[in-house]
Write a protein that binds this ligand. Structure first.
Ligand code: HEC
Length: 266
């Protein structure tokens, strides 16, 4: 019974936590002859709902004839889905001085924002400080998205993956193990995952970008070129574009350098 109640409470809690990936409906209030907020940035696939809170009729009318709410009386609303990236300006047909802008992120811009949020959003799930000096931050954050939200690199290259008391598999609030974030030491039979944090010269796992790409595309590690890596899912990662692999490498260059753990864990 208690377990059932816990499961039920967890479900209620989950329904309050908005998933950053789910398409959202963003509200813009029409009030005191203003669109509020006047400029709003949303993700591709999000919708905008204009709600007229004035006692006068207004419209939301695209400057380029993409949409027209027609007259919205007091309390009425109008919703539109934005499925194209770009900047969209609009006005009120009745009061042309009332203007607003919707900016729709490209899918790539949304990935960069999510990759940044993984590290900077509250509550912090990955409280590390990135070394951004001399780096293209968009590339770093795109790499964060690929490494953390897609590549699952920390599943094998951090030991353990999650901090004590923060293991989502135990129903605890998720936080990565920052003390061992990507510093390796996890045993897979005779193989051990490598430390892929930057070395003293700033190179992740001590390898150059060209070596890194070659490793992910051929399974040949420059430290032991005669072998083919047996555990690393390189046949999968190797299908990524140069653009994405560059981002992964740049992200790994920016994470905190850590020593390789003295003992392996499973
Ligand atoms: C299924 C577990 C697993 C996952 C997931 C994984 N790795 Fe690995 N990786 C390993 C193991 C184990 C090794 C050591 C070589 C071997 O035995 O395959 C390794 C080796 C490496 C090396 C070579 C390091 C060196 O010192 O030569 C790099 C670079 C690397 N991984 C990067 C990554 C990146 C980046 C990701 C995520 C995109 C990733 N790995 C995800 C298990 C994994």
């Amino acid at each position: 019974m208690i377990r059932k109640i816990h499961a039920f409470l967890a479900l209620i809690l989950l329904s309050f936590i908005s998933n950053p990936l789910s398409a959202e409906t963003v509200t813009i209030n029409i009030k005191d002859f203003l669109f509020d907020p006047g400029s709003k940035t949303i993700n591709l696939g999000d919708s905008v709902k204009w709600v007229n809170q004035d006692s006068f009729a207004h419209t939301s009318t695209s400057d380029t004839n993409l949409w027209d709410s027609k007259n919205l009386s007091s309390g009425a609303s109008f919703t539109r889905l934005f499925d194209k990236a770009g900047k969209f300006t609009y006005h009120c047909h009745i009061h042309p001085d009332m203007t607003g802008t919707i900016i729709v992120r490209t899918a790539e811009q949304a990935r960069i924002k999510l990759g940044k949020d993984i590290i900077t959003a509250n509550p912090k799930q990955l409280p590390i400080k990135l070394n951004l000096a001399g780096k293209n931050t968009d590339q770093v954050y795109l790499g964060s998205y690929i490494v953390n939200a897609q590549g699952a690199c920390a599943d094998c290259h951090s030991c353990p993956t999650y901090a004590e008391g923060h293991d989502p598999y135990k129903g605890e609030p998720k936080q990565f193990n920052t003390a061992g974030y990507l510093s390796g030491g996890r045993a897979f039979g005779p193989f051990t995952s490598a430390n892929i944090t930057p070395d003293s010269t700033g190179k992740p796992a001590g390898i150059t970008l060209a070596q890194f790409k070659n490793l992910l595309r051929t399974g040949h590690d420059p430290h032991a070129p005669e072998n083919i890596l047996q555990v690393m899912p390189w046949p999968i990662y190797g299908m990524m574009s140069d653009h994405d692999l560059d981002a992964v490498y740049t992200y790994l260059k920016s994470i905190p350098p850590l020593p390789t753990p003295a003992a392996n864990c499973n």
